[in-house]
Design a binder for this molecule. Sequence first.
Ligand SMILES: [Zn+2]
Length: 133
Amino acid sequence: MRRKDLTFFRKLLTRRLEELLMEAEKTKNTVKAAEESSSDPMDQASNQLERDFLLRLRDRESKLMVKIKEALERIEDGTFGECEECGEEISLKRLRARPMATLCIHCKHEQEALEKKNGVEKPTKLSPLWSPA
Ligand SMILES: [Zn+2]
């Protein structure tokens, strides 16, 4: 991959990681605030719901952060944009849409077909641009 493209993806991923870190910090504070607020049982119930939601969100965020960090590591060690399965280059078009992709479109399709056959459940849908696949 050309240096120019690598720089583009490094910037893109770094920025997204920073955003996620900020969001994670916000989530943490909100959970804390929910825990410390009102002792009213009704409030507590709704706080519990909110807290569960936020914890799930945080879980998803941290998984995404791991993916982004891995992609950044691949940029550093020069394997970014190579398919893990067949070693072919992943197209720039695909990487722009999914910067954390580790499979080329062919291997991805094969994997999906296999998952479908085996009935593997799809992970919760994220916005298309940032789903971990
Ligand atoms: Zn491949």
